[in-house]
Design a protein around this ligand. Structure first.
Ligand code: GLP
Length: 255
């Protein structure tokens, strides 16, 4: 039995399939409670299983996304949805078209704005106008980033441009097998913005994440591992991991 002193939630599942089902259950429950929910979804490889479950449930009529609003979590500076390296395009193809999210209910990051600071503030205001995100779903970067809040990101950081670390550039390049150029800058929803969400779901699978997940959950919270800040959310944070990702966690953890 895992016990702890902080009051966030940790659930460990046998494998990534079971973790994906559990993550999809959280999304389903949020939308059942509030069909007009505002949600952010991560890109990357981790959420693909959850996307499949959600798409299957939508196809069977078990979950209705028709009134849901989606806020993009992160995007590379200067790319458009037509570009092959667009994370928005990735999310569009991997999930949004499959669950019937229409463009009018998708907020995209203003990565081609002339004044990115003002545009990022407007993006924040759009989230605030919705009363904050009802659910922020996040993956865990190999260097502890969430969205593209790279190491050094503070707990009160807001939607902004950020320089990507060499490690993140290598990770991103691998998604496209090195076939497309990855811009050195991205825009990401900030940690502080994420922390204001009504619910935060951190989904982590695979043994490659075991070390960084342990640092995120068990070391003192620090900008060195931005995901650690999520623990500030207390009971509003749910961490869903598979056994491989959880394999370095102590039997006693802070949550
Ligand atoms: C990516 C994205 C994040 C994602 C994380 C983990 O680069 N910027 O939003 O959650 O890194 O990616 P993966 O699931 O592929 O390990």
């Amino acid at each position: 039995m895992i016990t702890g002193t902080e009051n966030w939630n940790l659930a460990i599942f046998r494998d990534s399939l079971a973790a994906s089902e559990a993550a999809a259950d959280v999304v389903t429950s949020v939308i059942h409670d509030n069909p007009y929910a505002a949600i952010s979804f991560p890109t990357g490889s981790t959420p693909l299983g959850m996307f499949d479950v959600l798409a299957a449930r939508a196809a069977r009529g078990e979950i209705d996304f028709s009134n849901v609003t989606v806020f993009c979590l992160d995007e590379y500076i200067g790319v458009t949805v037509e570009d092959p390296n667009s994370l928005t395009r990735w999310l569009w193809d991997a999930l949004l078209t499959r669950i019937g999210i229409t463009p009018d209910r998708l907020h995209t990051l203003p990565v081609i704005a002339n004044d990115p600071v003002a545009a990022a503030t407007e993006y924040e205001e759009a989230i605030t106008a919705r009363g904050g995100l009802d659910l922020a779903i996040l993956g865990l970067g190999p260097n502890g980033h969430v969205g593209y809040n790279e190491p050094g990101s503070s707990a009160d950081s807001r939607t902004r441009e950020i320089a990507l670390t060499p490690e993140s550039l290598t990770q991103a390049s691998a998604y496209w097998e090195g076939a497309v150029a990855i811009p050195g800058q991205a825009m990401t929803i900030g940690v502080g913005t994420l922390l204001e969400s009504k619910q935060i779901l951190l989904l982590v699978t695979g043994d490659a994440k075991a070390g960084i997940l342990r640092r995120a959950l068990e070391e003192p919270m620090s900008a060195d591992v931005p995901a650690s800040w999520l623990r500030i959310a207390g009971p509003r944070l749910s961490v869903i991991a598979d056994e491989a990702a959880a394999s370095n966690l102590s039997a006693v953890h802070p949550g």
